[in-house]
Design a protein around this ligand. Sequence first.
Ligand code: 5AD
Ligand code: SF4
Length: 481
Amino acid sequence: MSKYLNLKNMDSVPTTEPDRQLYIIKQLREAMDKYKQETGSSPCYKVVTFGCQMNARDSEKLSGILEAIGYEATESEDADFVIYNTCTVRENANLKVYGRLGTLKKIKENRPGMLIALCGCMMQEPHVVEKLRTSYKHVDIIFGTHNIYKLAELIWDRLDSGSMIIDIWKDTDKIVEELPEHRKYSFKSGINIMFGCNNFCSYCIVPYVRGRERSRRPEDILAEIRRDVSHGVVEVMLLGQNVNSYGKTLETPVTFAQLLTQVEKIDGLERIRFMTSHPKDLSDELIQVMAGSKKICPHLHLPLQSGSTRILKKMNRKYTKEDYLNLVEKLRNACPDISLTTDIIVGFPGETEEDFQETLDVVEKVRYDSAYTFIYSKRNGTPAASMEDQVPEDVIKDRFDRLLEKVQTIASQVCARHEGQVMDVLVEQINHQDKHLVTGRLSNNTVVHFPGDASMIGKLVPVLLKECKGFYYIGELYEKR
Ligand code: 5AD
Ligand code: SF4
């Protein structure tokens, strides 16, 4: 496509954002249109997302930019533009990326002009970029977490220079708004409310790869939600690594609870979710707002990480087992029907059987709706990586299996508590296994399958929850007689 670019047009490129990117997108679009006209082909793209909801949201922005340039979406990685939006929270995610890059190399050999880009958390680690630069020369563009808004400019640079483009920023205080995006669903959307993390839990690489905490201005967040609602969105998920500390760094500080109160007022919006909450910052004000709200879903993801106060201290989590249990009690008193989910790490350095028993004890006391359980993964550069007493693999595996068993047994009992009730389900899609069924979610996030058709997608409908199958329900549309 590079021969269709009019490089002279770069002389008048704006210097401020987002105008600069919008200008470059327009230039690329013109080149793309000429290319399509002359060759009769329609270049396609695939964005592959690893990791968390923040990455999923970033991928919608990347897709939006690629579509504005003129690429068409495809499901296959045999495409003209493939981008991996990577995660580095645990090591196995990294290994997957290297493996898949090998496959992409073969595809590229048969597809002249194919571009391969890598971005996201893994790219913020210098040793990763070095390895890619020297051993994965078929990669065209490498960028990080702070400059995804620059994708169009990076493509331009790549086409212009003909060589690998690497653009990684250590940190940023910039938040660039108003660029194109391609939303995965028309009825629900993820909304970034803040970026980065300041907590430095000792096992976690996120603060190093996502940078310092930055909150978006409430007026920008509210405007984005209003716009989405005017396009048919009924559910939003407010996203941040630690939403409970939202707004502290703004010129005019705002609390997360105050933001929620404003979001609640948006007409047409039916459900509000948010993630992730750090127990140490969860305020009484927030609990009160949740208890009094009609739209905030009765679900809280409250990562425990460990039930042992001794390990929590080594993890730098800044709460004790008792603090956590007290918080859960306060939440349950204020919102009796709330669903709680969590993240737990097994095998943190120095974890003994007694520490692990404390974790099992919290799981039994809290009775989570579900829990994501992780084997501790050593991340270079974090304080925990150099701690002594790394726990042997077989011990970790044994604890992991016992934890999973407990979590699953409790979750299936907890999930069944609404059997026989009629509750609203937001229908998300046709069921993958049986096209006569649709799949949706209760406000507490539990999945429900029931007979229905595509006309229901995006609607909130009352469903009789006939039978709980462990983690989901089989239901039936409830029609008042
Ligand atoms: N090893 C294992 N799990 C981790 N997490 C974060 N860092 C690590 C690590 N080094 C888990 C935490 C966090 C979730 C997103 O990932 O439980 O809440
Ligand atoms: Fe990582 Fe802790 Fe920040 Fe979560 S709060 S992203 S676990 S450092």
